[in-house]
Design a protein. Structure first.
Length: 123
């Protein structure tokens, strides 16, 4: 698996990345709320349909951001309590490379692949 403990500098960089991502999501949430409150009524049926599709996409993206925000908050909590980088399924260390690619991941690659294979069976 090639998992190693993170250096203090790597951990600090990952924490800064998480905080940056959190700030970005919170700013997008503010923009989303402003967009929703400023929705104007449209007279044209085609324009209304287009606006409805755009609104549905915005809602989907907002929900995805909320899910990511929850994972970021959990990762920041793990940094605070010293358990960051530990797989929630098998308790092994998650590789530093995986954490750098996805700082708020909760599972090592092996456990993530296993989870995905189980979920694809039911779809």
């Amino acid at each position: 698996m090639n998992a190693t403990e993170l250096t203090e500098v790597e951990l600090q960089n990952l924490k800064e990345s998480l905080l940056f991502q959190k700030g970005t999501i919170l700013n997008k949430t503010h923009e989303f709320k402003e967009e929703q409150s400023s929705m104007a009524a449209v007279a044209d049926e085609a324009e209304a349909a287009s606006q409805d599709i755009s609104n549905n996409i915005s809602i989907h993206l907002h929900e995805r951001d909320r899910t990511a925000l929850y994972a970021i908050e959990r990762a920041l909590g793990k940094i605070a309590d010293g358990t960051y980088g530990q797989c929630e399924a098998c308790s092994e260390l998650i590789s530093a490379r995986r954490l750098q690619a996805r700082p708020f991941t909760a599972l090592c690659i092996d456990c993530m692949e296993e989870q995905e294979s189980h979920s694809s069976i039911f779809q």
